[in-house]
Design a protein around this ligand. Structure first.
Ligand code: G6P
Ligand code: ZN
Length: 543
């Protein structure tokens, strides 16, 4: 098969964000757009000649076509082999696991995560390195630089591939292994957790509803929860992955997973509810009439992970992203283990995990994971919760109450203002940044500012410096508000406002978070002039 060298020129807007490149699907489908970016990835990692790559995605519209283009390009660029999930399917954590297990040179993951899918919705592509984790900033910078100077890309002239049959084929001189995407991952879960304990929990009548949101975790959850652990048939709902996720927004939070929330807050709620996102790395945990915030979930898991076999020796340390609440820090402190605060983005956890400094990581954006892979992992989080509940035999509500009584409660909420005009969002942030040094001592409504800064991170492993990671304002009563612009949106800007207040009074642990945080919410608006500058009366999404 002939290698074609196609002339091209740089295309604007190929800067990777928090998690790879995300754009409208139609943009990815434009002439040369995908090809330019794939060639830039290959060039940014010093070529793929002789290398092995894992390739897979969350099954959204354009997934299979894009994979076929990537395979023809990998072959033309001299790759030795590509390992591809059957029908192009691999959840993000399963891809991370395969990269590690097969010791490949990394992989390409096709997903826009929790963003809607379809011809008129979103698509994405990212490169993960040989450790199985998202490329670090140094590599993504190189890839971006290449997108600005590219003049040609290589692709095999033809080769229609069949990704539906498990087995080995050739594309040009490159070997393509189409593999079952589920088994390796399910086996890994079985190594980490006490499946016998979880099986007997289900056998005792414990009920579960796992909402796969028509996305990639459907087949994974069906295999693990129903087939291997004995949860009743029908426990996994919306289990068939669809190219447009059934028209939904596959983001496991109380807004987008409303169907599950309604069920969990009804009289017929099962004991445990959970959901995952488009590509299977996020999770939501909810008990009977009891939503568990991602920050609390991380803290509970850090506290009780030792009940699962893989973590029985205890944790080396815990890491959280800066906007995530400090609840996990309090657990780490009590256990005498280190805690780390990183910028938003799972890629920052990779070095800490590789260096053995932490075992568990988590983010307010519904991501939790451990050193078993180098991505966050939705189904893993669900299984760790189930393992803990199987050992403790108490409800989610009781578990949370116990936790708050012991450690205090970090009341927490995130307010998102979506698709804000980019100029307005930038000037809001720039103006606030300029005023940060004047804020300490100022009284804002009921609160007084203690200190304010812009978060920057010095990686303790490789010494790299990441600046501009969010504006933080701390108040003298211990409350905190953080302002950040999202790095994953595809339309205008998304302003994220993260609100937090620690409460240790045992009689004040049962308030509704929006109520408990009312003063901080008002102060945040006053500080940044959100209503005035965005013209919005309130956030679009509250988590
Ligand atoms: C992705 C990343 C996460 C990150 C999240 C939110 O899911 O993998 O690590 O926390 O996006 O990012 P954003 O920049 O939109 O707040
Ligand atoms: Zn995701």
């Amino acid at each position: 098969m002939t290698v074609q060298v196609i002339e091209t020129q740089p295309i604007e807007g190929q800067k990777p964000g928090t998690s790879g490149l995300r754009k409208k699907t139609r943009i990815f489908m434009q002439l040369h757009f995908l090809e330019n970016y794939v060639q830039s990835i290959f060039d940014g990692i010093d070529g793929v000649e002789g290398k092995q790559l894992v390739v897979g995605g969350d099954g959204r519209f354009f997934n299979d076509q894009a994979i076929k283009i990537i395979l023809r390009m990998a072959a033309a660029n001299g790759a030795k082999a590509c390992i591809v999930g059957q029908n192009g399917i691999l959840s993000t954590p399963a891809a991370s696991h395969l990269i590690r297990k097969l010791k490949t040179d990394g992989g390409l993951i096709l997903s826009a995560s929790h963003n809607p899918g379809g011809e008129n919705e979103d698509f994405g592509l990212k490169y993960n390195g040989p450790n199985g984790g998202p490329a670090n900033e140094g590599t993504t910078d190189k890839i971006f630089e290449r997108t600005k100077s590219i003049t040609s890309y290589k692709i095999l002239a033809s080769g229609d591939l069949d990704l539906s049959q498990i087995g080995t084929t050739q594309v040009g001189n490159m070997q393509v292994d189409v593999i079952d995407p589920i088994t390796d991952y399910a086996d890994l879960m079985e190594e980490l957790f006490d499946f016998d304990a979880i099986r007997s929990l289900f056998a005792s009548g414990f009920s579960l509803r796992f909402d796969a949101m028509h996305a990639v975790t459907g087949p994974y959850a069906t295999e693990v929860l129903q087939n291997r652990l004995g949860a009743p048939q029908g426990s996994v709902v919306n289990a068939t992955p669809l190219p447009d996720f059934g028209g939904g927004h596959p983001d496991p939070n109380p807004i987008w997973a409303k169907e599950l929330m309604d069920c969990m807050y009804s009289d017929t709620a099962p004991d445990f509810g959970a959901a995952s996102d488009g590509d299977g790395d996020r999770n939501m945990i909810v008990g009977k009439s009891c939503y568990v915030s991602p920050s609390d979930s991380l803290a509970v898991l850090a506290d009780l992970a030792h009940l699962a076999p893989a973590y029985s020796a205890g944790l080396a340390g815990v890491a959280r992203s800066m906007p995530t609440s400090g609840a996990a820090d309090r657990v780490a402190e009590a256990k005498g283990i280190p805690s780390f605060e990183t910028p938003t983005g799972w890629k920052f956890f990779g070095n800490l995990l590789d260096a053995g400094k932490v075992t568990l990581c988590g983010e307010e954006s519904a991501g939790t994971g451990s050193n078993h892979v180098r991505e966050k992992d939705g189904l893993w989080a669900v299984l760790l919760w189930l393992n803990i509940l199987a050992k403790k035999r108490i409800s989610v509500t009781e578990l949370l109450k116990e936790h708050w009584q012991r450690y205090g409660r970090n009341y927490y909420s995130r307010h998102d203002y979506e698709a804000v005009e980019t100029e307005a969002a930038n000037s809001l942030m720039n103006d606030l940044r300029r005023r940060l040094t004047d804020l300490p001592g100022q009284t804002i409504g009921a609160l007084t500012v203690a200190r304010a800064d812009e978060f920057a991170y010095d990686d303790p492993v490789d010494g790299s410096h990441s600046a501009g990671q969010g504006l933080r304002v701390f108040f003298d009563n211990g409350a905190r508000v953080v302002f950040r612009l999202s790095g994953t949106g595809t339309q205008g800007a998304t302003l994220r406002v993260y609100l937090e207040q620690l409460e240790t009074d045992p009689s004040a642990l049962d308030h509704e978070p929006q109520h408990a945080l009312a003063d901080i919410i008002a102060a945040a608006d006053q500080l940044a002039g959100i209503t005035a500058r965005t013209g919005r009366n309130g956030p679009d999404v509250i988590t």
